[in-house]
Design a binder for this molecule. Sequence first.
Ligand code: SAM
Length: 265
Amino acid sequence: MDIDIVSVFPEYFDVLDLSLLGKAKSKGLISVRAHNLRDWTHDVHQSVDDTPVGGGAGMVMKPAVWAECLDELLGIHTESPDRPILIFPNPSAPLFTQQDATELSHAQHLVFGCGRYEGYDARIPVYYRERGVDVREYSIGDYVLNGGEVAVSVMLEAITRLLPGFMGNPDSIVEESYTGGNALLEHNQYTKPATWRGLDVPAVLLSGDHAKVDRFRRDEALEKTNRIRPDLIAQLDCHALSKADRKTLIELGWEVSGDHPRRIS
Ligand code: SAM
């Protein structure tokens, strides 16, 4: 996968050389290029922002500089049949989810644009969409960061860990939170020792009975999701639930006879 990132702080992405992402880079699974937006400026101050039209506080990133940069990275003036997907982090955009990460992990080439200041001129995504580019804007949560660099790092990590060959053990990503058609929060995880500072791991996990362990974990995932993210329970497909899942959900106060669970108590 080819990844281009545009930022006024490209050094921010030196951290991508660490950990599994760094390994994926050295294995050639991903190639990451971080660009400085200021390289596409022409004035002596290398300015990338200007005052907001209509007034207000702060500065807004100028469309002209972004366009010179993005025209080049997206190959907009060439006949390339495979355009990269262009992604802008933006706190006032739809939330980035595991589903988006999964979909984007199949892309060949991603270009990320990191906003700063009050953000980027709203015409930039409009312009590229009108030219047939797949432009995505995502928020990583209901809070405001100083810039898009952290948000891009978050999205990149979520996307690239799904690439075949990225994880040492591919099973690690099969049963995680938010993963799969009927997504739940993951069950709790424990390691040795079985008793630590007076706290025991659940006895069933030591039983060696795989069916019982699976059921225990599934029930724990249902109970935890019910408690922390009931919105995810309400999205489950009842037709894909096992008899045992239905029983647990009924005990947790859900009605499961329709297409999706409905809370009744
Ligand atoms: N004026 C904007 C607003 O109120 O929505 C905030 C701009 S923020 C200070 C500057 C940049 O940080 C944004 O353009 C975006 O790229 C990034 N950013 C900040 N919070 C973010 C979030 N929750 N998710 C994704 N990107 C974010």
